[in-house]
Write a protein that binds this ligand. Structure first.
Ligand SMILES: Cc1ncc(COP(=O)(O)O)c(C=O)c1O
Length: 397
């Protein structure tokens, strides 16, 4: 018994590292925050107050009842039309609403994995998505993204050949933490590989909304064309509000009854929140907001790349094609964990790369996120960070 607790706590510590770094940055106060992936509160939609009032007036008790286990039907239908406007169409799919994207991963893993089968994910990756698998004691293998930019389909093929893998968890659009978006040809190769090896893809496409839908066709859509199962995930956290806890998954009809059988109303969102989201979509408010936000984030991302070019020393590198929220920087010769506190003192916070790495160690990396700082703050923040980095290079010599 004590061993189980020790093991679980040790694993949980690794998974909560991202949160811990973010909390340290927030607590430091008066710091330009490149750490948090939670949207800028200054961009919080004021219209939500009016939407909430309308829902309470018009839906009354329905808004405060128990939810159906896979979410309200009207929202499930509305999500399909929202996705259509974002270029995602997967004919024959069914939608389920979960309380955040991780609950969807939990449901699918519970359904599909046994003691002998495991999952594969990219390295680095959004650590918290895989936490349910570790809680269940399932094995996760990792495929390293080349130069923190590209997926090697040869590496994926090798892992799928050599291990009992049932699930491939992937973030192919505006990848967290590298900002990489996989090309159409890589997506086709991945779809072919998972078909050959009878693996189910969990495609976490949360950042398609952040990009206003400007991304290649989802891998899930390619799988669907070949009648191969898929799980396509998204969330309204980044474009409506994370506090609503509204994520969605699209799954083939055949998988739906099985997911329904193990779902419970504890895993979905509250009817009040779902109805607000429904009204936000039905009224056209959300798609308009998604378009506006994606323009804002594009400008912020440009500001980040320009500032990195202007201020960082030659030993710094990053993905020039990163998009969405994140850039993963590598600073040769500088330990980004060690200088974390110096950076906070200088007024800038980030997440060291170790929060996203499981199989490998690379202390010279960090994730910079543009969810919170505006373009002026981004430029000022990078300048401050570059100074801390340069001071530490000098200190080393
Ligand atoms: C790849 C990825 N998936 C899922 C989430 C979380 O989504 P949700 O707020 O719906 O739980 C995040 C949040 O940062 C993310 O980066």
């Amino acid at each position: 018994m004590p061993n189980v607790i020790t093991d679980r706590v040790a694993v949980a510590e690794k998974y909560s590292l991202l949160d811990e770094y973010v909390i340290m940055v927030v607590k430091a106060g008066n710091v330009i925050d490149f750490a948090s992936g939670s949207p800028d509160p200054r961009l919080f939609p004021k219209e939500v107050r009016e939407l909430a009032q309308r829902v309470i007036n018009e839906y009354g008790a329905e808004a405060f009842s128990y939810p159906p286990p896979l979410g309200l039907r009207k929202l499930r239908n509305a999500i399909k039309s929202l996705l259509n406007e974002l270029g995602v169409s997967i004919p024959g799919s069914k939608v389920a609403i979960t309380s955040g994207a991780v609950r969807a991963i939990e449901l699918v893993s519970t359904l599909l994995l046994n003691e002998k089968t495991g999952a594969v994910a990219e390295e680095p990756t959004y650590s918290q998505a895989l936490y349910p698998l570790y809680v269940m004691g399932r094995e996760v293998k990792y495929i390293k993204l080349k130069n923190y930019k590209y997926l090697s389909t040869e590496s994926l093929a090798k892992v799928l050949r050599e291990h009992h893998i049932k699930i491939y968890y992937t973030v192919p659009t505006g990848h967290n933490p590298t900002g990489a978006t996989f090309s159409s040809s890589i997506r086709s190769e991945v779809a072919e590989l998972v078909r050959e090896r009878d693996v189910l893809i969990i495609e976490d496409d949360v950042y398609r909304t952040v990009l206003g839908g400007e991304a290649p066709e989802p891998i899930s859509a390619i799988c669907a064309k070949h009648s191969h199962p898929y799980v396509y995930l998204g969330s309204l956290s980044k474009v409506l509000a994370p506090g609503f806890r509204i994520a969605y998954m699209l799954i083939p009809e055949g998988l739906f009854p099985h997911i329904r059988a193990i779902a419970s109303n504890a895993l979905t969102s509250s009817p009040l929140n779902m109805l607000i989201a429904y009204e936000a979509i039905r009224s056209g408010f959300l798609i308009k907001r998604i378009r506006e936000l994606s323009r804002e984030f594009k400008e912020r991302m440009k500001a980040l790349k320009d500032s990195l070019t202007d201020y960082m020393p030659d030993c710094a590198s990053w993905n020039e094609n990163a998009e969405g929220y994140y850039i993963f920087i590598k600073i040769k010769g500088v330990n980004m964990i060690k200088i974390f506190n110096d950076a906070l003192k200088a007024g800038v916070g980030y997440v060291p790369g170790d929060a996203f790495l499981y199989n490998s160690v690379d202390d010279e990396t960090a994730r910079l996120c543009i969810a919170r700082p505006n373009t002026e703050e981004i430029s000022e923040g990078v300048k401050k960070l570059a100074k801390v980095i340069k001071d530490n290079i000098v200190n080393l010599n």
